[in-house]
Design a protein around this ligand. Structure first.
Ligand SMILES: [Zn+2]
Length: 407
């Protein structure tokens, strides 16, 4: 059924200026933005009355595992630590089918859409047990949902590369079939340098960005980030490398940590804090005064590093809870990274819109004439209410047309 496009979004609150605005649209793009005019919603146009809503470009999910979402009911007990979470999930893999992976992925994507997500990067597992099963599922979903949500697929060797014979050729095949980024996980392979050598070489040869799982512990000695900074420069990938977790850096004494953060800022390395999983699996070796094990967000932001956040896992051995709403993670980060001011709330929203899109290589994710008429409208009177209340009433617009409305 063809839905008529709106000509105008009237009276929405722009979180960056704090002003109410009217957005005029034509042919699926923003034509102009002006201060809200009284009575605009009564014009002889097709108008969406957005009074009481905050308007942003679509929300961005930077880091999520669709293929291992909703596995909790298959587990006999919770994982006691990261190693167990990896092993317990690997043990389930022989039971995956294409239909199963697609159904669980679709469940996660349906949630993302209902929360207002328009751009999502998925970590797609590739190993000799699954082969390209998860990747094929994700490719089909990417094509099917292209008009609703832009999917980026990371070829992700969760089980390692060199301790899992056959993974190298599978990663190369994923690249030839359309992977959008090369993933890596040096802490789950036999040798960090060997692992990173392969990932950076493959990315540079294919002209793709790198998106790593990195330094996921409380151990201040686990600093593969130093090697990543070096290789980012060596391969000319400045601005095209993302790292998820980076929680070990939170255990490093501040002077040393600041020098590392400066090096990351110079190399243009983006960081994804993944606090739902980080809080759940880190600190497990501490018997008292348990460490939080989260990314040192403020230290990195102060150094000029582009920090964003992601859902990471939904209801599996790594994180047995979660809704898939990026704003849930915004609130969790506000609480755990001491981000409690109105300015922090605006920054947290930026970390799942403009900043997040930039990390995914998409520039210009702002409200501006000429941009696609793609929006998330969220029922809130101010940005603090948006982050702290995470209102359920949301509207997604694509190309000027209504895509979803949740109440
Ligand atoms: Zn992850």
């Amino acid at each position: 059924m063809e839905t008529r496009a709106f000509d105008l979004i009237a009276g929405a609150l722009d979180p960056s200026s704090g002003e109410k605005i009217d957005i005029e649209m034509r042919d699926g793009a923003i034509l102009g933005i002006a201060p809200a005019a009284p009575g605009a919603s009564a014009l002889e146009k097709c108008v969406f009355d957005a009074s009481g809503f905050i308007v942003t470009p679509g929300l961005v999910e930077t880091h999520i595992h669709l293929d291992k979402a909703f596995l909790s009911e298959r587990l006999e007990r919770p994982a006691a630590n990261l190693g167990e979470a990896i092993a317990m999930t690997a043990a389930l893999k022989p039971g995956y089918t294409l239909e199963d992976v697609t159904a669980r992925s679709r469940r996660a994507l349906d949630r993302a859409l209902s929360f207002g997500v328009a751009l999502l990067r998925a970590q797609v597992e590739i190993d000799p047990v699954l082969g390209l099963l998860s990747f094929e599922s994700a490719l089909a979903l990417k094509e099917e949902l292209a008009g609703s949500i832009a999917l980026q697929l990371v070829a992700f060797p969760q089980e390692g590369i060199f301790n899992c014979a056959g993974t190298e050729s599978l990663l190369r095949e994923a690249v030839s079939r359309g992977a959008d980024a090369i993933g890596g996980i040096p802490y789950n392979d036999r040798d960090t340098a060997e692992h990173l050598d392969f990932v950076f070489r493959l990315a540079a040869d294919a002209g793709l960005p790198v998106d790593l799982h990195l330094d996921f512990s409380d151990d201040p000695e686990q600093l593969a980030i130093l090697d990543v900074i070096h290789r980012t420069r060596e391969y000319g990938l400045e601005g095209r490398v993302c790292v998820g977790h980076l929680t070990s850096l939170g255990s490093v004494p501040p002077e040393h940590a600041r020098r590392i953060a400066d090096g990351m800022a110079e190399a243009g390395i983006h960081v994804f804090a993944l606090p739902a999983t980080d809080l759940y699996l880190n600190g497990r070796g501490d018997t008292h005064a348990v460490r939080r094990g989260i990314t040192p967000v403020s230290l990195l932001l102060d150094a000029g590093v582009n920090v964003c956040y992601g859902t990471n896992n939904l209801r599996n051995a790594f994180t047995p809870f979660g809704t898939g709403d990026p704003l849930d993670i915004a609130l969790l980060l506000a609480q755990t990274a001491y981000m409690g001011t109105p300015g922090d709330a605006r920054r947290l929203l930026d970390m799942c819109t403009g900043r997040a899109a930039k990390a995914l290589g998409v520039e210009g994710w702002t409200l501006r004439p000429g941009a696609p008429a793609d929006f998330a409208l969220i029922r809130a009177d101010c940005v603090q209410d948006l982050v702290y209340d995470r209102p359920r009433e949301r509207v997604s617009i694509r190309g000027g047309k209504l895509l979803t409305r949740s109440v």
